[in-house]
Ligand binder design. Structure first.
Ligand code: NDP
Length: 447
C-alpha cells in the first residue's frame, strides 16, 4: 500500500476507535500529514507499526474526584491521566484544570507531548492529565481540598521513574504545592522528582515558571534571526494572560519588542505604550482578577469585551491561551494587519484552516510542540536538579533554556530542509520528533 493511503486508513482507525474526541483527531491528523516522507525513507517504521503504536496510549486512567466546598456542599469531578508513551523516559506532561477537560482534550495534549518531549532531546516520555474542575472563583481552601482528593487517587500511578506531572492551564504553583503536600503525606516519601513546577522553597527550579513563555519568545527570536531580523521595535500581540502569556510578554519587552495587547476569556486589552507586566502579574497572579481590571488601572489602555484579540494589528503573534483560538477569520485579520510571524505559546491554538491561510500567505509559523517546549525542558532540568540535590542560579538556568530552544529551532529548521520543505517548521518539528521516538520504540522491541 502507498504511504498516503496507508496513513488515511490509520487515521480512519483512530477516529473509529476514539469516537467524539475531536481535538485528539486533529492532533493526530496534523502529525500524519507531515510524516509520510519519513515513512518512505524508513520502511522499517511502517513494518513495525510505529504510527499505530504511537496513536494508542500505553495507559489511560479515569477517576472520580469528590470534594467539599466552603459551604459543605459535595461536588464530584472527573480526573484523568493519560500515560501516552514511555519510549524515551518516564511519562512527563502537565495537569489541566478547566471545565472543558474531557478525555479527548487530555489525549490531544498527551499525543502532542510525546513529540514535544522528544524534540527537547531530553530523556522524557509523554503524558498528560487533568480534571473538569474549574478553579476560577474558588477559595484557596476549596482548591486545596480538590487537589488533595485528586492526588488521593493519582498518587498510585505516578513516581519519579514512572510518571512526573506538572502544571498546565489552571494548575500553577499553588496547585502543585497542594498536590505535592498530599503525595508526601500519603506515601511518606519526600520524592522531589515526582512533580515539577514546585515552589522554590521546596525543590522547585529557577526559571520553570518563566520557561514556557520565555522559551516561545527565544524560539521566535531564532526565527527572526534566520531572516536577518530581530524583535527590536516589533509590535506584538500575545493572547491569554496566564502563565505562558505573562512571561512571553516579559521576554518580548526584554528583547526590545512592544506587546500592545493581551486577553482572557472575557475579552482583550490594548495598551499601545506596551503592556505593563508588573501590573498584569499583580492582577493575574496575586489578585486572580479579570483583564478589565488592567484597563481600569491604566488610563490610556482600553478593554474590549467579548471579541478576539487577533483583530489588533501586529507583526508577531504569540497565541498563548487555548486550543483552536485562531480561526480562519482571525488568521485573515492577522495577515491583513501585517503579521509575518506566528509562534504558538499554547498547545494547538491555531486551527488547521488558519495554518493553511498562514502558509499560503507566507507567514512563518512555529507549532507549539516546538515553540512551547521550553516549559517541559525546564521541568526536565528541575528533575535533574532534584536527582542531584542541587539548585542552579536563575542566570545559568535561563542560559540552559535559551540553548535548548536554539537547538530545537536548529533541528526543526534543518529537518525541514532535509525533507524538501525549507522554512516549514511544522514538517521539521513533526518529523524530527517522530524519528526520535520511532528509533527508541524500534530498539525496545514489541512494546
Ligand atoms: P493559564 O491557566 O495560566 O492561562 C490561560 C489563559 O488563557 C488565561 O488568561 C485564560 O483566561 C485564557 N483563556 C482561556 N481560554 C480562553 C479563550 N477561549 N479566549 C481567550 N482567552 C482564554 O494557562 P497557561 O498559561 O499555563 O497555558 C496556556 C496554554 O499554554 C495552554 O494551551 C497550555 O496547554 C499551554 N502550555 C502551558 C505550559 C505551561 O508550562 N504552563 C507548557 C506548554 C504549553 P481565563 O482566566 O478567563 O480562562
Amino acid at each position: 500500500m502507498q504511504t498516503p493511503t496507508k496513513l488515511e486508513s490509520i487515521f480512519g482507525a483512530v477516529v473509529a476507535r476514539n469516537p467524539g474526541e475531536r481535538e485528539f483527531h486533529q492532533a493526530v491528523r496534523e502529525v500524519l500529514d507531515s510524516v509520510a516522507p519519513a515513512l518512505d525513507k524508513h520502511p522499517e517504521y511502517a513494518e513495525a507499526k510505529i504510527i499505530e503504536r504511537l496513536c494508542e496510549p500505553e495507559r489511560q486512567i479515569i477517576f472520580r474526584v469528590p470534594w467539599e466546598d466552603d459551604r459543605g456542599e459535595v461536588h464530584i469531578n472527573r480526573g484523568f491521566r493519560v500515560e501516552f508513551n514511555s519510549a524515551l523516559g518516564p511519562y512527563k506532561g502537565g495537569l489541566r484544570f478547566h471545565p472543558s477537560v474531557y478525555l479527548g482534550i487530555v489525549k490531544f495534549l498527551g499525543f502532542e507531548q510525546v513529540f514535544k518531549n522528544a524534540l527537547t532531546g531530553m530523556p522524557i516520555g509523554g503524558g498528560k492529565g487533568g480534571s473538569d474542575f474549574d478553579p476560577k472563583g474558588r477559595s484557596d481552601r476549596e482548591v486545596m481540598r480538590f487537589c488533595q482528593s485528586f492526588m488521593t487517587e493519582l498518587y498510585r500511578h505516578i513516581g519519579e521513574y514512572t510518571d512526573v506531572p506538572a502544571g498546565d492551564a489552571g494548575v500553577g504553583g499553588r496547585e502543585i504545592g497542594y498536590l505535592f503536600g498530599q503525595y508526601k503525606r500519603i506515601t511518606n516519601r519526600y520524592e522531589s522528582g515526582v512533580l515539577t513546577g514546585k515552589g522554590l522553597s521546596y525543590g522547585g527550579a529557577q526559571v520553570r515558571r518563566e520557561a514556557t513563555g520565555y522559551g516561545a519568545v527565544f524560539f521566535a527570536d531564532e526565527m527572526l534571526r534566520t531572516i536577518g531580523d530581530s524583535f527590536d521595535g516589533k509590535r506584538v500581540v500575545v493572547s491569554g494572560s496566564g502563565n505562558v502569556a505573562i512571561y512571553a510578554i516579559e521576554k518580548v519587552h526584554q528583547l526590545g519588542g512592544v506587546v500592545v495587547a493581551c486577553s482572557d476569556s472575557s475579552g482583550y486589552v490594548v495598551d499601545d505604550k506596551g503592556i505593563d507586566v508588573d501590573l498584569l502579574k499583580d492582577i493575574k497572579e496575586v489578585r486572580r482578577a479579570r483583564i478589565d481590571t488592567y484597563a481600569a488601572a491604566r488610563p490610556h489602555a482600553s478593554f474590549v469585551p467579548g471579541r478576539s484579540v487577533w483583530e489588533v494589528p501586529c507583526q508577531v503573534a504569540v497565541p498563548s491561551a487555548t486550543q483552536n483560538e485562531i480561526s480562519e477569520v482571525d488568521a485573515d485579520a492577522l495577515i491583513k494587519g501585517g503579521c509575518t510571524i506566528v509562534v504558538e505559546g499554547a498547545n494547538m491554538p491555531t486551527s488547521p484552516e488558519a495554518i493553511r491561510a498562514f502558509t499560503a500567505a507566507g507567514v512563518r509559523f512555529a507549532p507549539g510542540k516546538a515553540a512551547n517546549a521550553g516549559g517541559v525542558a525546564a521541568s526536565a532540568l528541575e528533575m535533574q536538579q532534584n536527582a542531584s540535590r542541587d539548585s542552579w542560579t536563575f542566570e545559568y538556568s535561563e542560559q540552559r533554556l535559551q540553548t535548548i530552544m536554539s537547538d530545537i529551532h536548529a533541528r526543526c529548521y534543518a529537518t525541514a530542509e532535509e525533507y524538501g520543505a525549507p522554512g516549514n517548521y511544522v514538517t521539521g518539528a513533526n518529523i524530527d520528533g517522530f524519528r526520535r521516538v520511532a528509533e527508541a520504540i524500534l530498539a525496545q522491541g514489541l512494546i
